[in-house]
Design a protein around this ligand. Sequence first.
Ligand code: PMP
Length: 409
Amino acid sequence: MTAVTPALGEHELALHDRARAVIPGGMYGHMAVTSFSAAHPQFIVSGDGCRVTDADGREYLDLMSGWGPVVLGHRHPGVTAAVIDQLGHGDCLDGASPVAVDFAELLVDTVPSADWAMFCKNGTDATTTCVTTARAATGKRKVLVARGAYHGAVPWCSLRGAGVTDEDQAHLVHYDYNDLSSAEAAAAEAGDDLAAILVCPMRHDVKRDQELVDPAFARGLRALADRTGSVLIVDDVRCGFRLDLGGSWEPLGVRPDLTAWSKAIANGQALGAVTGIEALRDAARSIYVTGSFWYAAVPLAAGLATLTELRKGRALPDMVRTGQRLRDGLAQQAVAHGFEIRQTGPVQMPMLSFAGDEGFRLVTAWAEAAGERGVYLHPWHNWFLSAAHTDADIDDILDRTNDAFAALG
Ligand code: PMP
């Protein structure tokens, strides 16, 4: 039996009190932990490999990997060395560091659909830059987006209504993921004002099972973009560098015109990127996009080190192996404890739900029981494996999740 620590620690709770006084809601966005669990700490003071430690010194086996960015593990030695080395030269300088060119060259060499690359800070910058580039290239305004898909937290694509005007999203036309006829209908609605088709490599909306892309849908969107003269944008922010280094639709043979990257690109340093095809180079050059921190050299050095490590070829197969081990183990445990669960998405990006689980009550109770046993995971957002997870770590996680199933009674 694994140890159970039901109450959050005193330092954690003190931080909640202090945060409530000076941060709206005590925390915001996806880091507002009380919106999904009463048993996971909101504040994490350190990370090492696939473990994180809270303010009370409690250690958790980490299945969120910083919500995606940490693809090689927390404080990966090679990336940390690159960060420290670059810090020794400077970070935010008066001009872009040469490392921007080094990393752009490496991306263009790694991603078959990339003839050029631009850097920014996060995924929202990257998707926004893609849309702006597409509009500049076509001179058109409408963008097709899948209903419920997340592309960032700014008004043009926010999924939440507060503070967002209808005008902000006036040029979005919605289709249903994996439903080509709905995308064709949306394109018809956009008519001759269609700039872009924006799509994630799979359906990974929160609070629903993940859904892999139907290859015929991916090919159909490619053909639709070609037929309408619009730009196919793949939002690879969440899946990028975990499924296929060349881009998540590369195994399908479907190449986007523009790709938005972030999360895993620099193993946790703040970096996003846009890559694109030759035909869109001039449009990318014509738009004005920038930011005070977009050229910071430390994240670029981290990105260079991360992709160099990923290209050695072990990390992705390792995540597939450990992810499969986790999936198999959870499946056996659910059967043994008499629960019907679904596990969806690629094994490197797991998601677990319980059949007939109204209001996510069962999965929340299970996730909280796992939290009390030292596993950091989420009840209704996908998890992320990292290359730092070993088979032994997965077995350790499984010991604890087994007890979490048992705790559901
Ligand atoms: N697109 C997708 C598919 C994402 O998952 C996210 C982040 N969860 C974003 C865009 C926005 O990225 P960021 O939070 O780095 O701005």
